[in-house]
Design a protein around this ligand. Structure first.
Ligand code: NAP
Length: 258
């Protein structure tokens, strides 16, 4: 896809992977729509300096349906060519150790808001017979580690939703891109060890957000449907998907309850 002057709507662009990606997108000369919890003037200025044709910010807490509804008509008017559901929250630990409020908020952001925004934006794309929905899954969409029960449930839902939608959208001019993201060194990545480390031995390799953002940009341009990890993580993901019992045994050997 040629990105010049395309309208791109993205959530969670104020830090992490989202911020690295909007910097690259800005340099492609796109119109950016940013869904943020709090507006950030400096971010818009930076993105315009980098080459964005325009930047508009929509203030929204994605855990709050009223907040989502309050910006819905503005988002429909923005009428993006690409919607990137990127914002996410991480939960982890033994299930009984996780706070319900945190699980609930994570599901609201990772699943509920993602489906809500896709449902909102898709009709405009279908009318124009053009568009792309990008959903941020994870290796946890496929690799079900202990201590990741709730987060993995959310990301498996993202995979199921996106794969199902991809088939519905065949020959409509609208496509999907599912990101099965491996470790990327962001604030979320730094939460993994404190949340999971007590019960599971994990040495997760990671790349910096700038490197992963470039992979996402290339995936958009080359129109692939799924961005999967390569190398060791990629092999483990294939094992989890095609030989789940072997993967479960491996995961179990790294887990201790006490
Ligand atoms: N990093 C990894 O290793 C990794 C691996 C697999 C998948 N992913 C996925 O990649 C995506 C981006 O994660 P990241 O690593 O870049 O994480 P991050 O640095 O923690 O950024 C998360 C983003 O989501 C936004 N967000 C969270 N809750 C929100 C809410 N209620 N309303 C609006 N925005 C909200 C945050 O905004 P605030 O600043 O306002 O909180 C922030 O911009 C997530 O979907 C994550 O699950 C990450």
């Amino acid at each position: 896809m040629n990105l010049k002057n395309k309208k791109i709507l993205i959530s969670g662009a104020n830090r992490g992977i989202g911020k690295s990606l909007v910097r690259l997108l800005a340099a492609e000369g796109v119109h950016l729509g940013l869904i943020l919890r709090k507006k950030e003037d400096q971010l818009s200025e930076e993105l315009q300096r980098l080459g964005a044709t325009s930047v508009v910010q929509f203030e929204c807490d994605l855990t709050d349906l009223d907040s989502l509804k309050s910006i819905s008509s503005q988002l429909e008017l923005f009428n993006p060519d690409i919607l990137f559901n990127n914002a996410g929250l991480l939960t982890g630990g033994l299930l009984e150790e996780q706070k319900w409020e945190e699980i609930h908020n994570m599901l609201l952001v990772n699943v509920h808001a993602l489906i809500y925004l896709t449902r909102l934006i898709l009709p405009g794309m279908l009318q124009r017979k053009f568009g792309k929905i990008i959903n941020h899954g994870s290796v946890s969409s496929v690799m079900f580690f202990p201590c990741a029960s709730t987060y993995a449930a959310s990301k498996a839902a993202v995979l199921a939703f996106t794969e199902s939608l991809a088939t519905e959208l065949e020959n409509t001019g609208v496509s999907t891109l599912l990101l099965l993201t491996p470790g990327v060194k962001t604030e979320m990545f730094d939460q993994i060890q404190p949340l999971y480390g007590k019960h599971i031995e994990m040495k997760i390799p990671s790349v910096v957000p700038e490197v992963y953002a470039k992979q996402i940009l290339d995936a958009i341009k080359t129109e692939i449907g799924v961005l999967s990890p390569k190398g060791f993580t990629g092999i483990n993901m294939l094992l989890a998907r095609h030989f789940p019992l072997i993967f479960k045994k491996l995961a179990s050997s790294k887990f201790r309850r006490d």
